[in-house]
Ligand binder design. Structure first.
Ligand code: CP
Ligand code: NVA
Length: 309
């Protein structure tokens, strides 16, 4: 049976750990110039209904490095943008490609695509989740700290798709997560409830310093996500006091890491001195999108025996 990568909560910690192990191997091979054509002859269809720099480039380059090919399918230039049903797109693409990556608005659209597709489907961001990003973030923590499951994580800002995915990760891996949002911008209550039922160690607060105190990893994201551009001005008012800046770093662990999925708005959710400062690992994090997604692609679309070696 095919597997999809739609939401972290559908995967177990050992399965995701195996993806991190494969990521490390693939990254080493790529750095050493050792060819690793684990998806030779395979094609990934990449559906984009929202903008992207990192996701598009890392998936496309990743498929090339794995000996395969990627097709960029923007909603503006395909029949998807003219209303062709997702279920038809899923069945047609399944006749041509070996896997589908989708960046879209609703999680249910990604799930519908997966349910009608005969090939694996990867969620490359919806309004609800951004699981590939969290995998890259955790791999970055692993590289810098030597482990990730025993770290204390802090999210400051909007309770958005990234925050929801961090909550899913906290439930799967069992690490402590503190989430500080302005009132009214909390993460999805259903996601919180599901995580709590799985025993997640979650603190939800409206106080960024409470969330950051002693934390090992500080993380934030834009105040207005894609599709919320009209709310930007209101959000700038509502998010005052929720900037990841030196005052927040001062109460965190002295060796803390700063993550941001990018793109960043300096002077809004993060100060220039913090994103450019010594705790920031945001460009390692961006690079790791490539390595971790190659491991996800091989896990879903590749030959399992080969992937282990
Ligand atoms: N972090 C991330 O997904 O970046 P893009 O929107 O550029 O793909
Ligand atoms: N929360 C942001 C993440 C961008 C990578 C958005 O959805 O726009």
């Amino acid at each position: 049976m095919k597997a999809d990568f739609l939401c972290l909560s559908e995967w177990t910690a050992p399965q995701l750990d195996a993806i991190f192990t494969l990521t490390g191997n693939l990254k080493q091979q790529q750095k050493a110039g050792i060819p690793h054509p684990l998806l030779a002859g395979k094609t990934l269809g990449m559906i984009f209904e929202k903008s992207s720099t990192r996701t598009r480039v890392s998936f496309e380059v990743g498929m090339y490095q794995l000996g395969g090919h990627a097709l960029f399918l923007s909603s503006g230039n395909t029949q998807i943008g003219r209303g062709e049903p997702i279920k038809d797109t899923a069945r047609v693409l399944s006749r041509y490609v070996d896997g589908i990556m989708i960046r879209t608005y609703s999680q249910s659209a990604a799930a519908e695509l997966a349910s009608y597709a005969d090939v694996p489907v990867i969620n490359a961001l919806t309004d609800s989740y951004h699981p590939c990003q969290i995998m890259a973030d955790l791999f970055t923590v692993l590289e810098h700290k030597g482990s990730y499951a025993d770290q204390v994580y802090c999210w400051i800002g909007d309770g958005n798709n990234m925050a929801n995915s961090w909550i899913n990760a906290a439930a799967v891996f069992g690490f402590e997560l503190r989430v500080a949002t302005p009132a009214g911008y909390e993460p999805d209550p259903w996601v919180i409830e599901r995580a709590r039922q799985r025993g997640a160690k979650l603190l939800l607060t409206n106080d960024p310093l409470e969330a950051a105190r002693g934390a090992d990893v500080l993380n934030t994201d834009v105040w207005a996500s894609m599709g919320q551009e009209e709310e930007q001005a209101q959000r700038e008012k509502d998010f005052v006091g929720f900037q990841l800046n030196n005052a927040v770093l001062a109460v965190a662990d002295k060796q803390c890491l700063v993550l941001h999925c990018l793109p960043a708005h300096r002077g809004e959710e993060i100060s220039d001195e913090v994103i450019e400062g010594p705790h920031s690992v945001v460009f390692d994090e961006a690079e790791n999108r490539l390595h971790v997604q190659k491991a996800i692609l091989v896990t879903l679309m590749g030959d399992k025996e080969q992937a282990c070696c």
